[in-house]
Design a binder for this molecule. Structure first.
Ligand code: F0G
Length: 482
């Protein structure tokens, strides 16, 4: 991917690939979108894909595959036990991560389930730069407590720090001192931190935190699901990495860790996941959880086709032209929104463009789910499906009160190699239109609320008829067919 300078003066990200397979999209009219939104009980997870024009819910399992990935899938070795395709995947993980041992799992949260059961005990603590929804659920489920230690500035929406995902080393030392190293199940680094806007971690911080873990004999675990974006940011933002190859940066990061797990729905541009361990003892400690919950040790719930695609995808992750596409598209979208005065997380991170719902719809209190309301409004405004990443994505406090999220974001994920710049321009235009109408957007309330991970299937309704008014205004400005 190249950020190409145009004769006209602007800089536009130009794709270093061409599109050879396409999927037809549908843009249903706004009035119809309102009907579909109500059928989905204001929860965008419950929409049907055919009713969505731009699906920016996630980058998970929906990245475009390369021709080489698709070709490898045809040649995968189908076997329950001892598949050659698994050996090739394991060899690629060892080559790139520098870890000898590998456990396959069906996706990222399956790895979290295994790590949670293997290492988290009641009363233990899991410090992390920032939590992810499924990670926190697995730690809590096993009786542990998540402690977030993101460095100062990480939660500042409009910041300038290049590595807002860094962990605060002093806070980690203090926690270990206070709780005792034996009560720390493991330290988890998420490379980059999803819920604060896909913000990266510096190589220097990976090392510094690793040194503290070593000093205290604490296990150091990386969630590498978003590592491909992180590698790009290390290369372009960290002086030490500028003359290193992506492969060398990858190795330097991995060398800090005892255990690395990942969702291959993101890292590797495929579907699946796995856990790499430095020692045989760690592998041994977890292997029965794989055979019990996932599948045999040479597939772990993945199809051999997906394993073949991951192997190729991991190798392709070492190519700057490939991994820069996502971050450059996101930076383009962030720049366009900043130019229009729309509040977004800066600097641009990985995964997607994150709109600050708290600043966009300040009239909606946290208990009425501002970012859930904003993404619902965005579906009405453009058939765009973004993801709520705020209070609705948190579970309630034990006493039943709302846990108001520190950041209230509407995430417009940019799945890799899927969209074009003109499609991003469309989304920017509709966000800009919605920003003009922001005063009429109102809150939501639950009518059916699951206890865990309520954002997936919870049902909501509006607190006032603001959505009808929004669609009236849309038809006034764009007609009935858009
Ligand atoms: N860790 C991180 C940092 C993630 O972003 C995700 C998934 C997981 C773990 C869980 O992996 O989905 O394969 O089970 N993130 C997706 C998202 C769901 O949309 O951000 P999984």
């Amino acid at each position: 991917m190249a950020n190409i300078k145009f004769f006209g003066g602007q800089t536009i990200p130009v794709e270093m690939h061409r599109v050879r397979v396409v999927q037809k999209l549908h843009l249903i009219p706004a009035r119809e979108r309102l009907r579909k939104l109500r059928e989905a009980c204001n929860n965008l997870y419950m929409l049907q894909n055919e009713d969505i024009f731009m699906d920016m819910l996630t980058d998970s399992g929906v990245n475009a595959m390369s021709d080489d990935q698709l070709a490898s899938m045809m040649n995968a070795d189908d076997a329950y036990a001892g598949s050659r395709t698994f050996s090739e995947l394991k060899a690629k993980v060892t080559e790139l991560f520098g870890m000898e041992h590998f456990l396959p799992a069906h996706q990222g949260r399956a790895c979290e389930n295994i790590l949670g059961q293997a290492y988290v005990t009641p009363g233990s603590f899991v410090p992390m730069n920032y939590h992810f929804t499924t990670t926190k659920a697995h730690v809590t489920r096993n009786g542990g407590t998540v402690v977030e230690l993101v460095a100062p500035g990480g939660e500042t929406v409009q910041g300038t720090a290049p590595f807002k995902g860094n962990m605060d080393p002093d806070a980690l030392k203090k926690l270990i001192r206070e709780k005792g190293a034996d009560r720390i199940a493991f330290v988890r680094m998420e490379a980059g931190a999803n819920l604060i806007g896909g913000q990266p971690v510096s190589l220097q911080n990976f090392r510094e935190i690793g040194d503290i873990c070593k000093q205290h004999g604490v296990l150091y675990v990386m969630d590498a699901s978003l590592l491909q974006d992180n590698l790009y940011f290390n290369k372009v933002r960290e002086p030490e990495c500028q003359d290193m190859s992506i492969r060398d940066i990858m190795r330097a990061i991995c060398d800090c860790f005892d255990i690395i797990y990942f969702s291959a729905r993101k890292l590797g541009f495929a579907r699946g996941g796995g856990i790499a361990t430095r020692t045989l003892a760690q592998w041994d400690h977890m292997k029965e959880l794989v055979t019990l919950n996932e599948g045999f040790l040479t597939y772990g719930g993945m199809s051999v086709k997906e394993m073949a695609a991951i192997t190729v995808g991991l190798e392709e992750t070492m190519d700057m032209d490939i991994i820069s596409q996502g971050p450059l598209f996101i930076a383009y979208m962030v720049d366009q929104l900043v130019k229009r005065g729309i509040p977004v997380v800066t600097p641009a991170g990985g995964l997607g463009c994150h709109v600050d719902a708290r600043a966009f719809v300040p009239q909606i209190p946290g208990e009425q789910y501002p970012s859930a309301a904003l993404v619902a409004a965005m579906y009405l405004a453009g058939g765009v499906r973004a993801m709520e990443r705020g209070t609705l994505s948190e579970d309630r406090n034990p006493d039943g009160s709302e846990h108001i999220a520190s950041m209230e974001l509407a995430r417009f994920a940019v799945p890799r190699r899927v969209f074009t710049v003109s499609q991003l321009d469309y989304v920017v235009d509709r966000i800009a239109w919605l920003y003009e109408q922001r005063d009429i957007i109102g809150g939501l309330k639950f009518v059916e609320e699951p206890k865990t991970l309520r954002f997936f299937v919870g049902k909501l309704e509006t607190l006032s008829p603001w959505q009808d008014e929004l669609v009236d205004r849309f038809e006034r400005d764009f007609g009935k067919d858009n």
